[in-house]
Design a protein around this ligand. Sequence first.
Ligand SMILES: Cc1ncc(COP(=O)(O)O)c(C=O)c1O
Length: 370
Amino acid sequence: MRNSYRIPVSKPNLTKEDFKEIKKTFDSSWISSKSPVVEEFEKAFAKKVSKTKYAVSVNSGTSALFLALKSLGVGEGDEVIIPSLTMIASINAVTLTGATPVLVDCRSFEDFIFDLEEVEKKITEKTKVIMPVHLYGYSCEMDKLVKLAKEKKIYIVEDAAESMGATYKAKFLGSFGDASCFSLYSNKIITTGNGGMVATNNKKLFDLLRKIRFFDFNEDSHFTHHVIGYNMVLSGLSAALGLSQTKRFDKMLAKRREIFKTYKKYLIKGDKYFIPEPLKNQNPNFWFPAVIFKSKKTKEKVRLGLLKRGIETRVFFRPLNTQPVYKDLFKGQKYEKAEFLYSNGLLLPSFYELKESQIKEITSLINSFV
Ligand SMILES: Cc1ncc(COP(=O)(O)O)c(C=O)c1O
């Protein structure tokens, strides 16, 4: 990621081993999605990252969400419940299927956890899927959500784009839902450049996902298609990088947690900002350390002050009900907590090579600005 920041918010960790694996695939000439390394990567990912029986690689996290919804038969007339505070990809995947997105707020002004009481209130006879988004690696009470969905006969598709390696009650996020979707974009804990993965324990879903990600091409009759398929596959070259990165997954995950701890050590305990607490039973991956300021003015002061010194940060996602592109769909709806968190939240740099001295510099600047 080439940019002009002295300390970028994110940077992929790329090694000689990664390059060797890519070169091996390059030299074999199996560079497309037909490469054997694709399946090798999927198996390694399922074992190490999603902790599911199966994983199906695709070209982005957005494609993963779309294909997961399609494989569950989601379409026009169905409703999908999603948080208002999430990245635009979550809702775009829903609307691309023709289904109607239904929004839910965060449960408090102190954290960005999906409000399960509101989820329950928003369920109708049209609800086909609930899609929790494990924002910045934090989850809601997944056991409660699974119980609710089972009772109501609704599917769960986890948007685990940001939550690789995070756990709830010692179980990996991405292993709770009927399907779960990961992003492998270059700012994620492990990456393929661009890419994504759908994980599932359901063999039928797995078989269908493999068909619809690539035109329903099949061995028996190559150009005869029984279901509508797309071209959303991951290339062999990308999978080679993914396979190599997956081997370092534990190390990369541990580093994110260590970075978070270091931030916590140096950030002051004052009344100007706070770090959201995860649930008691949750171990987030701390993809990016999130800080919430009591006032928007202070957040902006910090953001601009860091920027001036070449330090990049990231604001929170803009709530979906306030997105110009969806303004007609959610006219008159308000999601107070999501809107507050969007105004007042800031993500701090986190990447494998970030040094303690750099965290010290960032935190002492923040402390001086507030
Ligand atoms: C919550 C969430 N969902 C979905 C996506 C989409 O992933 P991708 O960028 O790989 O399409 C992202 C991207 O980071 C995300 O943050």
